[in-house]
Design a protein around this ligand. Structure first.
Ligand SMILES: CC(C)(COP(=O)(O)OP(=O)(O)OC[C@H]1O[C@@H](n2cnc3c(N)ncnc32)[C@H](O)[C@@H]1OP(=O)(O)O)[C@@H](O)C(=O)NCCC(=O)NCCS
Length: 172
């Protein structure tokens, strides 16, 4: 099922057939560089895919979605909205990850912008965040380009992170 579309991308629910393409993404050390758990095995990728096939199990309107490059109909990443509890507060993160062959063409910002607009306009969320490793310059750039600003540093069992946030702009 399609979630959203941007100029060059379609984001849709995952399908069981996406496993090999998702594994290609998750087994790439460069793509997974800033993820504390590192690359994933085929079995771990399968487990995550099953977890997200129909949206997030506890918040089905959220989740990670297959990101398809319209021009060639290829799976090029996974982006979406993820729920967290941080400092006792419910938060929704704009998450983005693309295959490295597609980096540097503005697709990260395009995907993140589409996800942000979906969160605010379709789901009616009023605040979105990004959780980013302090050395992940590309991700910080993407967050800033979709209007997020640095709010605070945090730490969880996986290590430290920067929290960027943006509230929905409301018109008087
Ligand atoms: C983060 C990611 C999605 C960015 O994708 P992308 O398509 O290359 O991003 P864009 O082309 O839209 O670039 C966004 C901005 O970041 C800049 N940028 C991209 N890569 C960069 C890098 N390695 N270092 C510094 N800036 C970088 C771009 O120059 C651009 O800014 P500009 O328009 O002023 O030039 C991609 O690098 C990725 O998938 N990384 C691995 C997964 C990951 O770390 N996800 C984020 C977890 S918090």
């Amino acid at each position: 099922m399609k979630i959203l579309e941007t100029n060059r991308l379609t984001l849709r629910h995952f399908l069981p057939d996406d496993l090999d393409a998702l594994f290609a993404l998750y087994s790439d050390p460069q793509v997974r560089h800033y993820f504390p758990e590192g690359t994933l095995t085929y079995a771990e990728t399968k487990e995550e895919l099953e977890w997200f096939l129909n949206g997030h199990p506890r918040h089905p309107e959220l989740g990670l979605w297959a990101t398809i490059y319209k021009e060639n109909n290829q799976f090029i990443g996974r982006c979406g909205l993820l729920p967290w509890t941080i400092d006792g507060q419910f938060e929704v993160e704009v998450a983005y990850m693309l295959a490295k062959e597609y980096w540097g063409q503005g697709l990260g910002v395009e995907a993140a912008q589409g996800v942000l607009a979906y969160g605010f306009d379709t789901l009616g969320l009023t605040r979105l965040i990004c959780l980013i490793d302090r050395d992940n310059a590309a991700s910080i750039n993407v967050a800033q380009k979709i209007g997020m600003t640095f709010e605070k540093e945090g730490r969880d069992e996986q290590g430290p992170f920067l929290l960027y946030s943006r509230h929905k702009l409301t018109h008087p």
